[in-house]
Design a binder for this molecule. Structure first.
Ligand code: HAM
Length: 414
C-alpha cells in the first residue's frame, strides 16, 4: 500500500514560489512607507506566556476564550502561540525599558499570528499581519498619522473598495458608566437577544453591537450610544483626530457602533474594510490603547497602533508582482571549472545560475533562454570559457573566470 500523503493543517497554507513575488511587493511598500515615517522593525517570539494575552487582550474576549493555541511545555509553563502583536510589543517595551528612549517609540512588524477560528476565505489559523505601534504619546496627531500610513499602504498596493470607519471608546472611566447603562438596556430586552450575547451581557455588553443575529441587531438599533456619553476631553481628542484626517484628505465615516474584539482599546478606534472581501471584510484595524503598558507592569504610557491582514490585502489588491531578478549569467558545463566560475561571478555580485540537471548542450541552451539569462558561459574542463551574448549569439573566447567576470561587468556598466 502506498504511504499516505500528508497535508498542511486546516486553516494554514503554503506560500508557493509563484505567490512569493506579490508578498515581497507588499513587504517592500510597507517597509518604505513605515520606515520613511521613522518606524523601526521589531520581532517578538512566536510564543509567549499565556498570561500576557489573558491580561493584555482580555479574559472575556473570543480570542482568549476560544481561539488561542495554548500548550504546556516540558517545564510545565503555559505558553500560547501569539494571536496578535500589540500585547507582545508592549511586553517588550516594558522589558527593555524603552520608556527611556526618545518618545514616542515607533515600531513596525510583519509576522505570523495564530487563532483557532473557523477557516474560510480570508480567515486562517495561521495568518500574517503588518502592524505599526506608536508608544509614548497621547497626541491626536499620532492616531491620525497611524491611520494615514495604513491608508497610504493600502492605496499604494491597489486595495479596492476601501472604507474607513472611525469611532471613539472614551476612557475606561467614562466607559464604566456607559457600560452600566447598556447592560441594563440589554437585560431589559434579553428575550430578543441571541444566546451568545445574552450569556455575555455582564461580561462584555459592547460586543452585542458586533452580532449577526437578526433579533440582537434589531435591539441594538435602539441601544444607548457610547459616543453620546464621552467625557469632554475624550470628545475633544476625537475632534482633533478628525480634523487631522480632514486636513490630510482622508475620507472616513464616523461609526458610533464600531467595536473590536480586543479589550485594550480606549479613545480612538478604527477599521478599514474592503467590499471586495465578502464576509471577512476587515482589511485592518486598530486604535488607541492608553492603559495596556501599565496593565503589563510598565509605567502609565499612552499608545496607538494598527494591524492589517496580509492575506486580506492580497485578496483585495491589484496584483503587481515584482519582476524576477535578472539572471546575468547561466553557466553551462558541469565540471569544477564551471562551478569555480559561478562562485567567482557571485563574489563579484552577479546573479548566476548553474546547470544542475545534467541537461544536454541543447537542453542547457533552452534552459538559459527560459531563465532569460543575459550571458551563457560554455566552460571547458581546461578552464577556457566561451561567453555567449544571449541576445546576439556572439561568442567571446576568454582565458578564465576572472576575464569572463570582468567582461560581464564591463557590459553591465555600459
Ligand atoms: P485585529 O482586528 O484582531 O487587530 O486583526 C487585525 C487584522 O488582522 C484584521 O483586520 C484582519 O485583516 C487580520 N486577521 C485577523 N484575524 C485573521 C484571521 N484569522 N485570518 C486572516 N486574517 C486575520 C489586532 O490584531 C490588533 N493587534 C491591532 C492593533 C494594533 N491594535 C492596536 N495596535
Amino acid at each position: 500500500m502506498a504511504t499516505p500523503k500528508l497535508q498542511a493543517p486546516r486553516g494554514t497554507y503554503d506560500v508557493l514560489p509563484e505567490q512569493a513575488a506579490s508578498r515581497l511587493a507588499l513587504e517592500a511598500v510597507a517597509r518604505r512607507v513605515l520606515e520613511g515615517a521613522g518606524y523601526e522593525r521589531i520581532e517578538t517570539p512566536v510564543f509567549e506566556a499565556t498570561e500576557l494575552f489573558s491580561r493584555g487582550v482580555g479574559a472575556s474576549t473570543d480570542i482568549v476564550q476560544k481561539e488561542m493555541y495554548t500548550f504546556n511545555d516540558a517545564g510545565d509553563r503555559s505558553l500560547t502561540l501569539r494571536p496578535e502583536g500589540t500585547a507582545p510589543i508592549c511586553r517588550a517595551y516594558v522589558e527593555h525599558g524603552m520608556h527611556t528612549r526618545p518618545q514616542p517609540v515607533k515600531l513596525w512588524y510583519l509576522s505570523p499570528f495564530f487563532r483557532y477560528e473557523r477557516a474560510q476565505a480570508g480567515r486562517y489559523r495561521q495568518f500574517w499581519q503588518i502592524g505599526a505601534e506608536t508608544i509614548g504619546s497621547d497626541d491626536p496627531a499620532v492616531d491620525a498619522e497611524a491611520i494615514s500610513l495604513l491608508w497610504a499602504i493600502l492605496s499604494e498596493l491597489g486595495v479596492g473598495g476601501i472604507e474607513l470607519r472611525l469611532g471613539s471608546l472614551g476612557t475606561p472611566e467614562t466607559r464604566a458608566g456607559y457600560r452600566a447603562e447598556l447592560t441594563a438596556y440589554l437585560h431589559a430586552h434579553e428575550d430578543r437577544l441571541s444566546e451568545e450575547v445574552r450569556a455575555r451581557i455582564d461580561l462584555n455588553p459592547l460586543r452585542a453591537f458586533d452580532a449577526d443575529h437578526p433579533g440582537t441587531r434589531e435591539v441594538m438599533t435602539g441601544a444607548p450610544i457610547l459616543m453620546d456619553a464621552l467625557a469632554p476631553e475624550d470628545l475633544a481628542h476625537f475632534e482633533e483626530v478628525r480634523a487631522r484626517l480632514d486636513a490630510a484628505e482622508i475620507a472616513y465615516r464616523v461609526d458610533p457602533t464600531l467595536v473590536r474584539g480586543i479589550d485594550y482599546y480606549s479613545r480612538t478606534l478604527f477599521e478599514f474594510t474592503s467590499d471586495l472581501l465578502g464576509a471577512q471584510s476587515a482589511v485592518g484595524g486598530g486604535g488607541r490603547y492608553d492603559a495596556l503598558v501599565e496593565q503589563l507592569g510598565g509605567p502609565r504610557t499612552p499608545a496607538c497602533g494598527w494591524a492589517a491582514g496580509v492575506e486580506r490585502i492580497l485578496l483585495s489588491a491589484e496584483h503587481r508582482p515584482l519582476p524576477h531578478a535578472v539572471c546575468d549569467l547561466y553557466v553551462a558545463g558541469t565540471g569544477l571549472a564551471a562551478f569555480a566560475l559561478a562562485a567567482e561571478a557571485r563574489r563579484a555580485g552577479l546573479n548566476v545560475q548553474l546547470e544542475l540537471a545534467g541537461r544536454s548542450a541543447k537542453g542547457q541552451r533552452k534552459q538559459a533562454a527560459r531563465l532569460g539569462a543575459v550571458h551563457v558561459a560554455l566552460v571547458e574542463e581546461s578552464g577556457s570559457i566561451a561567453l555567449e551574448d544571449a541576445e546576439t549569439g556572439e561568442q567571446e573566447p576568454l582565458a578564465g573566470a576572472s576575464a569572463a567576470v570582468a567582461h560581464i561587468l564591463k557590459g553591465r556598466h555600459l
